[in-house]
Write a protein that binds this ligand. Structure first.
Ligand code: SF4
Length: 250
């Protein structure tokens, strides 16, 4: 479930059409994609998810729903209303910029994917204090109730090696033993330089992605060098591809 709106413009963003809220959302049912009207209230959202689960023949109460974006925590008030009413497990994917909102919602979350943005990822630099606060919130929940969470670093061939290793060191200091996923960027063209910023400017995904130069993933040797350089850190460091482009998920 992709939430509209995001205050960031990561250089590697592959979903620029999620940056703004839209009057309609894409519904991917058994009959293909159709447009449905936004916004949904909590009851309508649950009904839509039950319908989606039935479409795919899976039990809604035992199928994990992934909240992603955009940045889902921009719509934290809605999530406060909806999450307690939803019976199934929920995974939250967040950019790690709203520690207070994360803390408030975390009791309703079963799994957490926390991005760690590096300064090189954003023109204005990353808010490393906010990222550290989010990890502290997640660590607290892991200790209290064994929250399943991990940190995610998207890396490209242009990412400075020092930045990757510094990020790993910072995460290890905050959360010893933390699972950290190094995700080689999928070589799609970035839309940050020319992507849509409002609905009227919204372009089809392919057109938006054609706006900027393609970011390339690091080569295998570079990824191995990261793993080797970080082996003395107390981290569960793994290289994991971005699966959603492989699956064609939007
Ligand atoms: S990668 Fe995520 S956090 Fe970054 S601009 Fe895209 S939607 Fe926003």
């Amino acid at each position: 479930m992709r939430f509209g709106g995001c205050p960031l413009r990561c250089h590697y963003c592959d979903t620029p059409r999620s940056w703004s809220r839209r009057s309609h959302f894409d519904w991917h049912g058994s009959g293909g994609m159709e447009q449905r009207a936004n916004p949904l209230n909590p009851g309508a959202l649950s009904a839509a998810l039950y319908e989606m689960a039935a479409t795919h023949g899976v039990p809604a109460a035992r199928t994990m729903v992934a909240l992603t974006g955009g940045e889902p925590l921009l719509q934290h008030a809605f999530l406060h209303a909806w999450l307690p009413t939803w019976e199934g497990p929920v995974m939250l994917e967040t950019a790690g910029i709203y520690a207070d909102r994360l803390q408030a919602l975390l009791p309703e979350i079963d799994a957490l994917s926390l991005d760690w943005k590096m300064n090189a990822d954003l023109d204005q630099g990353a808010d490393l204090n906010a990222a550290a606060e989010c990890i502290e919130v997640a660590e607290s929940a892991r200790r209290d109730r064994a929250l399943d969470y991990w940190c995610k670093l998207v890396v490209s061939a242009a990412t400075p090696a020092r930045a990757v290793l510094d990020a790993c060191s910072q995460i290890a200091a905050l959360a010893p033993g933390c699972r950290v996923l190094l995700q080689p960027v999928t070589p799609l063209a970035s839309a940050v330089a020319g992507g849509p910023t409002n609905e009227s400017a919204a372009a089809p995904r392919g057109a938006a992605l054609a706006a900027g130069p393609a970011l390339q993933p690091p080569c295998a040797q570079t990824l191995l060098a990261y793993l080797a350089a970080a082996q003395d850190l107390d981290l569960d460091l793994r290289v994991v591809p971005q699966v959603h482009p492989l699956l064609g998920a939007r």
